[in-house]
Write a protein that binds this ligand. Sequence first.
Ligand code: PMP
Length: 455
Amino acid sequence: NFSLKQLQQIDAAHHLHPFTDHKELRGAGSRIITHAKGPFIYDSEGAEILDGMAGLWCVNVGYGRDELADAAYAQMKELPYYNSFFKCSTPTPVLLSKRLAEIAPKGVSQVFYGSSGSEANDTALRLVRHFWTLEGKPEKNRIISRKNAYHGSTVAGTSLGGMEGMHSQLGGPVPNIVHVMMPYAYELALPGESDHDFGIRAAKAVEDAIIEAGAENVAAFIGEPIMGAGGVKIPPASYWPEVQRICRKHDVLLMLDEVITGYGRTGEWFAADYYGIQPDTITTAKALTSGYQPLSALLVGDRIATTLVEKGGEFYHGYTYSGHPVACAVALANLDIIAKEGLVERVKNETGPYFAKALQEQIAGHDLVGEVRSIGLMGAIEIVRDKATKERFSPAGSAAVTVRDHAIAHGMMLRATGDTMILSPPLIWTRDTIDMCCERIGKALDLAKDDLRKA
Ligand code: PMP
């Protein structure tokens, strides 16, 4: 038995963390989260923290759900593992596939499993190229993505993503992936440009890239319906329908990465339905099990699936844990909870609108806030030095880190991404939790303002 202090010391000495400055970590070690209940996490200092990021990480139905622990336990006792290779399967991935086909957008009815969002995007990349090869067009292999996109941390995920820091570790993305502008009106809209026009212009960047490469060389366009890790960038309503129109016009497949938006976040089961589009692939993970088990599901549209079946031949790709029976059992129980508690409808009709209103009324007026925006239970707060000119503090990102640190110290977990604070709460939040969140962020903004004045 180790004390929490000892755990922190061991952590600092031996545990390499993702996305972490290890020089900084070496000193104190990390905050160790010891347990969690409902919307709260509890840390090594005994603090109770409202988890505003549970939904970016994935815990949409909240912590401490016995139904999910019981589903895992029962499945582990019955059959802990068998593979789904070579014409084998186990019951739970089969049943989950049926359930996913029922809730997925129209025309998307097949599933390929993995353990993480990164793996699922790896699969998606190979699958669309495999598709075009089967169609006799192997040269149609380029992928168009967006700057600042996040599609995971494998080599393929990093390459599909548009974060330059991650590319530099690879010596650049893998070949044949190009990145176009993101639909981020707050920074990229022209003076006087309407939201609608900006959305059309951002979509046009996709078409320009297709034309530049030659449509005969372009396999697909990939995008998060709402960029998550890149700062909760909510596109204008005109963007996705126009992107879909452009993809169809040039016979380019449309791949959506719904690792964050999938399973209810926008108030629809999938953001594809929110925007009324029909993608060829949808990457999902995290929220599929509310994080209680590692599981991803790449949902595959009928066009690709039909070609796979009709042309046959092996899809030479798969993971040991594709269709893991325990993970799939937990996913089934998780989807049951979401349906039974009406969480998707609740986001659409109640908590989503209330969250938007609370951010506007309680946060938007603060001196440090340039803009708040939200969709369903996903929100962003832009931190600025000057509201009117949108001037930022320097160095870039430093003010957001100050706000974040004050927020955590006041019991509110949220994330700083560049100069943007992002929120992705679990779907179980109520009006009271939303008020608590805004109150704590308001306090953090006040304290940060004092610090930044002094600096
Ligand atoms: N795609 C998106 C949109 C994500 O937000 C993430 C994770 N933040 C991933 C892919 C990668 O998922 P994982 O970390 O499970 O590999």
